[in-house]
Design a protein around this ligand. Structure first.
Ligand SMILES: Nc1ncnc2c1ncn2[C@@H]1O[C@H](COP(=O)(O)OP(=O)(O)OP(=O)(O)O)[C@@H](O)[C@H]1O
Ligand SMILES: [Mg+2]
Length: 334
């Protein structure tokens, strides 16, 4: 069993079955007279985000690429593993979970423990950028540099891999969540309209673009929120041009982060990278025209991997099934 524990989405892959679970990393908890209990996990909990009464909270335990809430994160991991594992309750699986590059020893241990408590017989960890590179089909075991940029909800991780190891990596605290926040602020400032995160995410997915193109003025979408002027519900129209303005700072931060990383790469590997190009994974890679911006700023051709949302979990799964080939990239927390 392979788990991609993302800040936005958690995916589980089972050998021979493929991706068997793909749920938002959200937990809804109720606090009644100081007693905390889990009400819902995954898609059901995500629907509650921003819509809960006082005593219920919908939490994203991994916000911003780090574990913001240990207990809830552990509950979520346990829930997902049990959910998938229900049918074969008597067999303890071997589990590999990917962790963000730069996760602390304490965080690694907490993730490992949660998997053990949920019934993992043997638990391994793999670094997320390595999993992304394997899942994107890069030749990680060869003496050849490859660069992968995983743009997730909380973070963007840039990594150069060669000979089965990470030569260099950096983690930027910018990703899809920041883009959503920027859309919320833009809409507030320019339309006097209050919208929630979920609406902002929809706008980004529907008409978002990393740059303004000649068509951007004509691509439009109706959005609904609450007027800041009189508090009433209000519909407005937003154009792709406006969304690209809203996204400008996060997009350029990502592109500059990739450029900075490339500047640190040892010279022999730079040549490899220029030949092979930059591969983008993660949901953020689906933002229209992002490859153009990254190619322009870095001077290296960028392309989106096949199935960018699944690369990390597929790479994590491959590391387990091809244990001999990829065994060296798997680690124990302690
Ligand atoms: N078509 C799209 N255009 C732009 N962004 C998208 C699109 N589809 C998904 N996303 C964004 O991708 C992000 C989720 O990506 P992903 O599932 O790779 O993140 P994650 O693995 O959970 O996060 P992390 O890797 O930071 O822990 C969300 O912010 C989501 O809004
Ligand atoms: Mg991810």
């Amino acid at each position: 069993m392979a788990i991609d524990l993302g800040t936005a989405n958690t995916l589980v892959y089972v050998n021979g079955k493929g991706v068997v679970l793909n749920e938002p990393s959200v937990v809804a908890v109720a606090n009644v007279n100081g007693k905390v209990s889990v009400l819902a996990v995954g898609a059901e909990a995500k629907r509650m985000l921003g819509r809960t009464p006082d005593y219920i909270r919908a939490i994203r335990p991994l916000r911003d690429g780090v574990i913001a809430d240990f207990n809830i994160a552990q509950e979520m991991i346990k829930y997902f593993i049990k959910h998938v594992h229900n049918r074969s309750i008597f067999m303890s699986p071997r589990i590999v979970i990917c962790v963000p590059y730069g996760a602390t020893a304490v965080e690694r241990k907490a993730i490992e423990e949660a998997a053990e408590v949920a019934g993992g017989r043997e638990v391994f960890l793999i670094e997320e950028p390595m999993a992304a590179a394997i899942g994107a089909g890069l030749p990680i075991a060869e003496p050849r540099g490859s660069i992968v940029v995983d743009i997730g909800g909380g973070t963007t991780e840039v990594a150069v891999v060669s000979l089965g190891g990470i030569v260099l990596a950096s983690s930027l605290r910018v990703g899809g969540d920041r883009m959503d926040d920027e859309i919320v602020s833009y809409v507030r400032q320019n339309f006097n309209l209050l919208i929630g995160e979920a609406t902002a995410e929809n706008i980004k997915k529907e008409i978002g673009s990393a740059v303004c193109t000649h068509d951007s003025n004509n691509i439009k979408m109706q959005i609904r929120g609450r007027s800041l002027v009189d508090g009433n519900p209000l519909n407005v129209e937003i154009s792709q041009k406006q969304v690209s303005e809203a996204l400008m700072s996060s997009v350029s931060e990502i592109a500059r982060g990739v450029k900075d990383a490339i500047e640190q790469v040892p010279p022999e590997l730079v040549a490899d990278i220029i030949d092979a190009g930059i591969v983008l994974t993660g949901g953020g890679a689906l933002l229209s025209n992002l490859t153009d911006v990254i190619s322009n700023i870095t001077g290296v051709q960028a392309k989106v991997a096949d199935n960018p949302l699944n690369c990390v979990v597929l790479g994590t799964g491959a590391s387990l099934t091809a244990f001999k080939k990829f065994g060296s990239v798997l680690k124990k927390a302690s």
